[in-house]
Design a protein around this ligand. Structure first.
Ligand SMILES: Cc1cc2nc3c(=O)[nH]c(=O)nc-3n(C[C@H](O)[C@H](O)[C@H](O)COP(=O)(O)OP(=O)(O)OC[C@H]3O[C@@H](n4cnc5c(N)ncnc54)[C@H](O)[C@@H]3O)c2cc1C
Length: 364
């Protein structure tokens, strides 16, 4: 017999929603969280003017039905992301304003982007989403990286650079680091490339009033302190015929089952006794995390809106590639959010916080 039915490791969205369902089904449950706060990769913060911003995950996409349902159940509200006006693309020193689907590129490169885009959507439509390894030609697709596919399929350097910018924006990893099959699988899982890249009707459609971290905080408040235990860094999971013993810094707890709801790279740092099967362990080792640094810039007003601009910027020239309007719903100030991703994030993480505030100092 265990102390409880189930121990959940990690109080992010995954761990807390698992615990919520278990408790709802009458199972005694404890969630062990390493940090002194819940919410994991969703985290609230404030600008110096006191306006709340999200330091981690923030957008709720049009197809993310499960989290939408959860948001409703927890009494939170969403609002549409700002999505009006023209966007800017910056390449080779040009700043181009556009409102069509050319991404501000010269006609030849824009046509080439469209051709490659359609080719990728067509390929993605063939992926067996539940079992991607069963896709026709899976091995051939998995042998290539997205970058090698680009090099084989296009000679247009701007079009290639466009996709080399799009990949980190979606994956926080670089095009040469990504299997083509995985890229296609991700597109198919998110409906389409179009949907993943869009605001209205796509992945960036909505935001949570007050911030997404409240989803985890409200679940944790419902579960209570007895269930959600903070500052418990789990180190070891021992399994025997009677169940599991989960050892954390400062104690241990016995349960019939354990749910490991931490990112793969961190799950691989836990000690499993007996060890995980070699193939499962190998899988964990071969799923590296991406790299991303998110930044917000606050202004008195979203002044770009008055100029007919959406606040959306794609830059081929700068370390911060993607910028979007992230002003609060009440319009009390203007906020732009941007991302350093993939190699830019890795390079920037070696700099001091002060140097990171001077983006031109980030090695390209
Ligand atoms: C900058 C950024 C922007 C993002 N933007 C979006 C977005 O706009 N839309 C979207 O849908 N998604 C977005 N995401 C992704 C989204 O935030 C994550 O998919 C989601 O929050 C992951 O939740 P999780 O519960 O699986 O993991 P996590 O949130 O990582 O939770 C895991 C928890 O486990 C804890 N933990 C780790 N190791 C241990 C241990 N040994 N013992 C005990 N506890 C441990 C951690 O402290 C953490 O609290 C973004 C992510 C980032 C980083």
């Amino acid at each position: 017999m265990g102390d409880v039915d189930v121990v959940v490791i990690g109080a992010g969205l995954a761990g807390l929603s698992a615990a919520r369902r278990l408790v709802g089904a009458g199972r005694s449950t404890v969630v062990l969280e390493a940090r002194d706060r819940v919410a994991g990769r969703t985290k609230g913060g404030f600008l110096s003017n006191g306006v709340p911003v999200e330091l981690g995950g923030q957008w709720i996409g049009s197809t993310q039905d499960v989290v939408r349902e959860l948001i409703d159940e927890l009494g939170l509200e969403t609002f549409p992301s700002f999505d009006r006006g023209e966007a800017l693309t910056v390449y080779d020193g040009n700043v181009v304003r556009y409102a069509d689907d050319t991404y501000g590129l010269p006609p030849e490169s824009a046509a080439e982007v469209t051709r490659l885009w359609e080719q990728l959507e067509d390929l993605a439509s063939t992926v067996a989403v539940e079992e991607p390894w069963e896709t026709d030609g899976a091995e051939e697709l998995d042998r290539q990286t997205l970058d090698s596919w680009l090099v084989s399929n296009s000679e247009d350097s701007l079009a290639r650079r466009f996709f080399r910018l799009l990949v980190p924006a979606l994956f926080s990893a670089e095009a040469p680091e990504l299997s083509l099959l995985h890229f296609l699988f991700y597109i198919r899982s998110g409906t389409s490339l179009e949907s993943l890249m869009s605001t209205t009707g796509g992945a960036q459609e909505s935001r949570v009033v007050g911030g997404t971290h409240q989803i985890a905080e409200r679940m944790a408040a419902e579960l209570g302190d007895d269930v959600v235990r903070l500052s418990c860094v789990v180190r070891t999971i021992r399994q025997d015929e009677t169940g599991v013993l989960v050892e954390y810094e400062g104690g241990s707890i016995r349960a019939e089952h354990v749910i490991v709801a931490v990112p793969q790279t961190l799950a691989g740092r836990l000690r499993y006794v007996p060890p995980l099967p070699a193939l499962r362990d190998g899988l964990t080792q071969q799923m590296p995390a991406g790299a991303v640094i998110k930044f917000h810039i606050g202004y008195d007003t979203p002044f770009w809106r008055e100029d007919g601009l959406s606040g959306s910027v794609w830059s081929f020239d700068d370390a911060f590639n993607v910028v979007l309007d992230n002003s609060p719903n009440d319009g009390s100030c203007g906020v732009l959010v941007g991302f350093l991703e993939g190699s830019h994030a890795r390079n920037a993480s070696a700099l001091s916080a002060a140097d990171r505030r001077r983006p031109w100092s980030i090695p390209w």
